[in-house]
Design a protein around this ligand. Sequence first.
Ligand SMILES: N[C@@H](CCC(=O)N[C@@H](CS)C(=O)NCC(=O)O)C(=O)O
Length: 195
Amino acid sequence: MITLYHSPQTRSSSIVWLLEELGVPYGTKHVTFRRVDGTGARDPVNPHPHGKVPALTDGGDTLFESSAIALYLTDKYRATWMGPAAGEAGRDAYLSWLAYRPGVLEPALILRRLGTPHVQGMMGWAEANEVEEVLNAHLAARDYFLGDRFSAVDILLGGGIHFMLMARMMSETEVLKAYAARVTARPAFARMMAA
Ligand SMILES: N[C@@H](CCC(=O)N[C@@H](CS)C(=O)NCC(=O)O)C(=O)O
């Protein structure tokens, strides 16, 4: 049985959305965590080594980090296609964009919001304006990150773009606005929001 360690309106909501898309049975355990305003505390039941959400257990397997959880779930539960398997065309783009959200998108945009200057050559991610240029150019040419097929990348990166547009952490463009509207129109997104 899959158990998601979750708190609503956090990054673990992406995993709820993914589990809804996959249509696999799962349970959620609501946990507390340390919030940005200084409230909240680590929850001792959460297996995440830093007490963050999401974390996920599945039988004897324990996972943390959204991208790793998404890759694990989409590799293991394949009745609904949510990403290319190893050896399938598009796996290269799938892995790269899955890693892009925590490795590039988030640090670039969060540090810009905090006013931290980008140090080219030292920081392992690109400068925020350049990230926006890459995302706009990529999505101007296709409906979804992998082309014409919705995948888990559109949950992790698409959900992130949707959130960052709402939080005004990204410049709104017609391309990004249309893309965010496309991915959040999915019934599984509505089920995640309702939950
Ligand atoms: N890189 C992690 C980030 C997880 C994360 O930072 N989650 C936030 C909630 S949105 C959290 O648990 N914060 C609590 C803390 O920083 O201790 C992932 O993508 O899963």
